[in-house]
Write a protein that binds this ligand. Structure first.
Ligand SMILES: Nc1ncnc2c1ncn2[C@@H]1O[C@H](COP(=O)(O)OP(=O)(O)OP(=O)(O)O)[C@@H](O)[C@H]1O
Ligand SMILES: [Mg+2]
Length: 297
């Protein structure tokens, strides 16, 4: 490959991986710059974890190539620059978080400074306890901290917050944003769309092993400017047909690409609506629309 930008955190072209009869991923192209956060979305079995494992160099692709800051994925140089938290966490029972983090830090050849990690990931009370008996969420926090050991310039986070309580999820969002704001590159998979929206600026949607939609979230939003209205009407009163409103429990719901004009018309026509709320479509709905090319007014 000529002209490979070594300043890109990830530069992947044509990645494909098959497990026996299952074509887990194919034709995966990805670029990620420092200071960017990419959210990988997709249903169970879509190929997110497989994609991450190829980018991390844990598996070799059947075809294609992935470069991490210009180094082949999985090479010592690529590994030194990146950190990861896997989807499943399985530490030996007798080990403590301090030992795990210290051992991992040594891998990077840096003096192990784990105090910031202990603080950031709320590990104070856990750091010297044996892992045996940790709850799922406690284990998860250790695994998350592990990704950030050694000040990596790129982190791979596979469903990092599954099993975390909401306070820990909130803390993680703040830390992830701070990491990216300081120039870190981040790849995140999650089934929590709001988490992807809170952390990532770009997304790639994987469907049956292929990227079927990708781009900046703000560009996707700009392409599909839909606002959802919800309002009450007096019993027996129907909304005007032009609004294409549908019942939503006791309320009515409608969508518009031009909320100013729609609202003006509702007022001009004297529609006796009450408790009106306006919400932009969330990322999940937007992507559903783009995928199904469903273009309602
Ligand atoms: N080691 C393996 N051996 C056989 N098949 C595998 C292996 N790893 C993944 N697969 C298959 O490859 C496909 C993609 O799996 P992958 O784990 O990448 O999905 P995912 O998008 O991460 O799903 P989830 O949201 O459930 O984590 C699935 O059909 C899965 O069964
Ligand atoms: Mg997975």
């Amino acid at each position: 490959m000529t002209d490979t930008p070594t300043d890109l955190a990830i530069h992947a072209r044509g990645l494909a991986k098959r497990f026996g009869p299952v074509q887990a991923v194919s034709r995966i192209d990805l670029d990620l710059a420092p200071g960017q956060a990419l959210g990988l979305l997709g249903t169970n079995g879509a190929g997110k974890s497989t994609t991450l494992s190829l980018l991390m160099g844990l598996r070799a692709p059947d075809t294609g190539q992935a470069l991490i800051f210009g180094h082949p994925a999985g090479s010592p140089a690529a590994r030194r620059l990146s950190g990861a938290t896997p989807q499943a966490t399985d530490f030996p029972d007798q080990i403590t978080p301090r030992e795990i983090l210290t051992y991992a830090a040594a891998r990077y050849g840096t003096a192990p400074d784990i105090s910031a990690l202990i603080r950031d990931f709320g590990l104070n009370d856990l750091i010297d306890r044996r892992i045996a008996g940790f709850s799922g969420g406690q284990m998860r926090r250790v695994a998350l901290a592990l990704a950030f050991v050694g000040q990596p310039r790129l982190v791979f986070l596979d469903e990092p917050t599954s099993g975390l309580d909401s306070a820990a999820q909130d803390r993680f969002r703040i830390q992830a944003r701070a990491y990216v704001a300081q120039g870190g590159a981040l790849v995140l998979t999650s089934h929590h769309w709001d988490e992807i929206e809170a952390i990532c600026d770009t997304i790639a949607l994987i469907d049956r092993g292929e990227i079927v939609l990708s781009g900046r979230i703000d560009t996707i939003r700009a392409q599909t400017r839909i606002t959802r209205l919800a309002f009450d009407l007096p019993p027996g009163r129907m909304p005007p047909p032009w609004l294409l409103a549908t019942p939503d429990g006791a309320r009515w719901q409608a969508e518009t690409t031009d909320s100013d004009t729609t609202l003006r018309r509702m007022v001009t026509e004297g529609l006796p609506f009450a408790n009106l709320t306006l919400h932009p479509l969330d990322l999940k709905d937007l992507i559903d629309r783009l995928q199904h090319k469903d273009s309602r007014p």
